[in-house]
Design a protein around this ligand. Sequence first.
Ligand code: ADP
Ligand code: MG
Length: 292
Amino acid sequence: ATPMSVMVGVGKAAEHGILIRQGEALQLAGQIDTVVLDKTGTITEGHPKVTRIDPTEGVGEAELLRLAASLEQHSEHPLAQAILAAADEKQLERAPTQDFEALNGMGVRAQLDGAILRLGNRRWLEAEGVDLQALARAAEVISNQAGTPLFLARDTQALGVIGVADRIKPDSRDAVNAMRAQGIRVVMLTGDVEASAQAIAREAGIDEVHANVLPEDKANIVSQLRREGRHVAMVGDGINDAPALAAADVGFAIGAGTDVAIESASITLMRSSLNGVTDAIAISQATVRNIR
Ligand code: ADP
Ligand code: MG
């Protein structure tokens, strides 16, 4: 495309809330045949809420939530925001912790009263030697309802599980259908567990799902698709999506997402709707056609 027609295309995209950083991305967008979507904050609203609190024997619900909020007070993850909002609603005081650490795709850890507290997914806590058997039933109920179970442990002692659930954006399903109508293969990637991932995928009308994906593996999956000859767009909102956004032919960051995601992507969707992806593809194709 000529520089002039690209400028026109970029301007047209901007009118649709699609901010294109380099003209090259506009031209690449027209060739996309595979769209890889992050789940949390991309297909879903990204404002999850606490839906269930299941402590183990001898632990109170308020105590479980208070400890979880104490751990999450320095985290920016959407799951942390859900825990903090629930604790604030019940006016629970957060305890000061030491040595806070957020482990991408696993959870958060900090010291409190000489013990190590951990809040995160089953795979990580079990690898740390925590027996979660007593919480298996509660966790199953949470995931079958499209929620994410977050387990809390003090050292190796399980204290309980908290269910956090997010809603799918009202137009995600239509956007996925529109992508299909453009002949595009749609794939969902998430660090979340299989059952929760499948429940959201069903609602969005996506049948190709990779769950339990660590952040570095999101980028590997994108690169693998490219090696297979696909022209890949990645759409994401989080720090954990940044490597995959950079690895794609075209990275789309959700405008309401984190700065790191926006910096790693070549296109930002100011309206946070997945319809921006199909709009960008259509505008790109029209731009390239016009100059031929
Ligand atoms: P997604 O790919 O869906 O955006 P992430 O890679 O950010 O998900 O997280 C994957 C999983 O890691 C979450 O489902 C959760 O179990 C755990 N996790 C990540 N960050 C946190 C946190 N701040 N608190 C608790 N659990 C977390
Ligand atoms: Mg996300």
